[in-house]
Design a binder for this molecule. Structure first.
Ligand code: SF4
Length: 217
């Protein structure tokens, strides 16, 4: 990974760290606490978690995706989102496979809120306004990441995932929001179980991937 900062003045820099970008788009956040908000998504390449039901397997191999500098990414976000700035969601792949210090600093300096969606399987880097931790059984989160979660979002594929969800609910901070989200292809089977589970355990809330219902990316 190339990281090179060139000082221009005492107050500005060009940041030329290269990051593999699978796709980027302006849409509505479809999941979790910020559901329904306009958000610019940047999907970074690279993931070694290996979820069998992953719906973005094309993101796994970072080497096949074009690299953009941090400045190019930030300029792209500025040019293609609202002039009021707002939310930028860094997702993947597993975005914490990369050092996100420079990217988040540049986004925040440009006036954006920085959110991440991560499995937590790699060390935390970056400055985040909101961290959505989605722990995966295929490669568990690092204990060092878990306490920083603002939101715990557990994908429910089968009944045993409720136990997995409770394991991490016991480890996050008391302020952390708790969400259960049906795996898309299993939704018709697991959603009724989830409704009953949440009725019995009201500390949890249901997260639905509304972007898939309203047909936006
Ligand atoms: S962590 Fe995310 S990108 Fe990686 S395999 Fe799992 S669902 Fe796919």
């Amino acid at each position: 990974m190339l990281i090179k900062k060139i000082s221009l003045t005492h107050t500005s820099t060009i940041t030329t760290q290269l990051l593999p970008v699978v796709e980027h788009f302006y849409t509505l956040q479809g999941e979790g606490f910020h559901q329904g908000r306009a958000a610019y998504f940047v999907r970074l390449g690279g993931c070694d978690v290996g979820c069998v039901w992953c719906d973005v397997k094309e993101s796994w191999d970072a080497s096949v995706h074009p690299k953009m500098t941090v400045d190019e990414i930030v300029n792209t976000v500025v040019q293609n989102s609202s002039p009021q700035k707002g939310l930028v969601v860094i997702t993947g792949g597993e975005p914490l496979m990369h050092d996100l210090t420079q990217l988040t600093a540049a986004l925040q300096a440009a006036g954006f809120e920085t959110n991440i969606e991560t499995s937590g399987a790699h060390p935390l880097s970056g400055s985040w306004d909101w961290i959505c931790l989605s722990p995966k059984k295929f490669k568990a989160p690092l204990p060092s990441v878990v306490p920083f979660a603002n939101e715990l979002k557990v994908v429910i594929f089968n009944k045993s995932d409720f136990e997995w969800a409770e394991k991490y609910a016991a480890l996050v901070s008391p302020q952390c929001k708790l969400y259960l989200q049906p795996e898309w292809d299993r939704a018709s089977i697991v959603t009724p179980l989830m409704i009953e589970y949440i009725k019995q355990h009201p500390q949890w809330e249901l997260s639905l991937q509304i972007h898939k219902y309203i047909h936006v990316p």
